[in-house]
Design a protein around this ligand. Structure first.
Ligand code: RAT
Ligand code: ZN
Length: 416
């Protein structure tokens, strides 16, 4: 056996841990923005505590009307969430524990007094701070979610190039496919001649709209989140827009599409952003898309736990499908472990294990730390099995596998 072959469990542990620590991550789906996007770039303890995952958890205990919560200042909301989820209860949930991981990794002294925590967070040069957070989490590139229909965001794109190479863009187009009847007015306001009926003129204008935005923001991919009821093909506008506008333009620009399937939006509208949930989807739509468009690449994540096994089996059938992430409610250690284990056993290393979905910068720290911990244990198990079976496991093999999982599969799928 060569010098670079690992020989024991403890050596495997060291090499895996080191490999994970050294590998610079590409985070393929977030809601983060660079500091040049002003108020859209969120960071700090009050933003962290008012994350919508924590808002919905706090409301399970609160008996105030929803409206009075929304009338509070951000600081007051953060105080209330701290009081509810950290003082009156122990911070047990994944989102609550995430806050503690962040404090720990940033060396903020843990205190039950929120003002002490605030003081420790309070002295930032934003740009430097963002770099520090990226360094601590070892995330090298962040893919944003860029919504041309959001006026708050649009003003920044209209100023010109973003000019921050830590960030990559992704053109997010939910309203176009999921709600054309209402979106038609927005697209018209943006200067394109479109009609509710997706006729030839509308198709042409929409194609132009897409080209303009692709050329403005240079996205890595075009993204859609789709309801659990999504079907393809169907007789409505969503199929026409996909078939005649989105897919041809993605083909022309060689852009993958990211499909995030399984939302049930606004189950409780009083909770605003926190009011969405998950629904089980029918796999036929994805199956049809992958088969009908073999040259179109699809990055796919699904929200329902019940869809995970079928998604993996589908991904074995189509090279143009790459699974990514354990999305939203699935980004919970117990489920991440289950899903990732199943993916390894059915796909080997050919999937993108995680994306963070962060909205607030420091969340990169906990979301990636928790995922890495699970990945480390699963990889350990694999290499131990190989060792037991007499397979020569080299240090470079382990590092190569980890590189694929945390960045290489993203790059290869998107660029090849
Ligand atoms: O995870 C989340 O923050 C959700 O609210 C959604 O934003 C979801 O990730 C999405 O991209 O639609
Ligand atoms: Zn998201």
């Amino acid at each position: 056996m060569g010098n670079n072959t690992v020989k024991s469990r403890s050596e495997i542990r060291d090499v895996v841990a080191q490999g994970i620590q050294d590998t610079k991550i590409i985070d393929v789906h977030t809601h983060l923005f660079p500091p040049s996007f002003g108020e859209l770039c969120l960071y700090g303890i009050d933003e962290l505590l008012t994350y919508h995952y924590l808002i919905s958890e706090a409301f399970l205990w609160l008996d105030i009307p929803y409206e009075s919560f929304w009338k509070m200042s951000k600081r007051e909301q953060a105080d209330l969430i701290w009081e509810t989820l950290f003082l009156q209860n122990s911070p047990v949930s994944e989102a609550a524990q995430g806050i503690l991981t962040i404090l720990d990794e940033l060396n903020v002294p843990v205190s039950k007094n929120l003002d002490d925590v605030r003081r420790a967070f309070d002295q930032r040069d934003v740009d430097e701070y963002i770099s520090r957070v990226m360094h601590v989490s070892n995330v090298e590139e962040i893919v944003m979610t860029n919504d041309p229909f959001d006026p708050a965001e649009r003003q920044y794109w209209e100023k010109g190039e973003m000019g921050d190479d830590r960030f990559r863009s992704a053109l997010r187009l939910d309203p176009l496919v999921n709600d054309w009847d209402h979106t038609v007015a927005l697209v018209r306001e943006m200067g394109y001649e479109v009609d509710e009926r997706v006729d030839r003129r509308t198709v042409k204008s929409l194609q132009q709209f897409l080209k303009d935005w692709i050329e403005k923001i240079h996205p890595l991919y075009v993204a859609l989140s789709l309801p659990h009821t999504f079907t393809f093909p169907e007789r409505g506008s969503s199929t026409r827009i996909l078939e005649e506008c989105l897919i041809p333009i993605c083909e022309q620009y060689e852009l993958p599409m990211a499909l995030m399937v399984g939302t049930k939006r606004q189950v409780n509208p009083d909770l605003k952003l926190a009011g969405d949930m998950a629904g089980r989807a029918d796999m036929a739509a994805l199956e049809n898309l992958c088969r009908q468009y073999p040259h179109q690449k699809f990055l796919v994540t699904m929200l329902s736990r019940e869809n995970q096994y079928e998604l993996i089996t589908l991904s074995r059938k189509f090279r143009n499908l790459m699974i990514f992430g354990c999305w939203w409610f699935l980004n919970t250690p117990y489920l991440v472990e289950e899903i990732t284990r199943m993916r390894f056993q059915l796909l080997g290393n050919r999937f993108i294990p995680q994306h963070s979905d962060c909205r607030v910068f420091e969340q990169l720290i906990y979301k990636w730390k928790h995922t890495k911990h699970i990945l480390e244990n699963l990889l350990m198990e694999h290499y131990e099995q190989l060792l037991k079976k007499g397979w020569p496991v080299e240090v470079s093999d382990i590092r190569n596998d980890i590189e694929k999982l945390l960045r290489g599969n993203v790059l290869h799928f998107i660029n090849s």
